[in-house]
Ligand binder design. Structure first.
Ligand SMILES: [Zn+2]
Length: 110
């Protein structure tokens, strides 16, 4: 088994796993239940991890994961009010607290 992806953001990790499963790659999650009973573990140790069951799938899985993650990164949005660029995970502008609905999504294709 090989680890292909891990991130502090569990949603991102689950998205990657979902994508790999849909591509027909068998995956496993590690640290799925780590949060909550962490105790003395550092946050890093408790990051959710996606592993591929078949080593042969690793390269393809990595590629898919990288593509998925860079797409997520590209989905930053610009606040209409103050023109600040916001991370896709922000529902509200970090600068002026306008909500994301009123922002323009940056189109990565242009
Ligand atoms: Zn703003």
């Amino acid at each position: 088994m090989k680890q292909v992806y891990t991130n502090a953001n569990r949603t991102l990790v689950l998205n990657v796993q979902n994508l790999l499963e849909r591509a027909g790659i068998k995956t496993l999650l590690r640290n799925e239940f780590a949060i909550g009973g962490m105790g003395e573990l550092s946050p890093f140790d408790a990051w959710l991890e996606v592993w591929v069951v078949m080593d042969a799938d690793r390269n393809r899985a990595k590629e898919l994961a990288d593509t998925a993650v860079s797409k997520q990164k590209a989905a930053q949005w610009i606040c209409n009010r103050c023109k600040e660029t916001n991370d896709p995970s922000f529902d509200y502008c970090w600068n002026c607290q306008s909500d994301a609905e009123s922002g323009d999504v940056i189109d990565a294709g242009h």
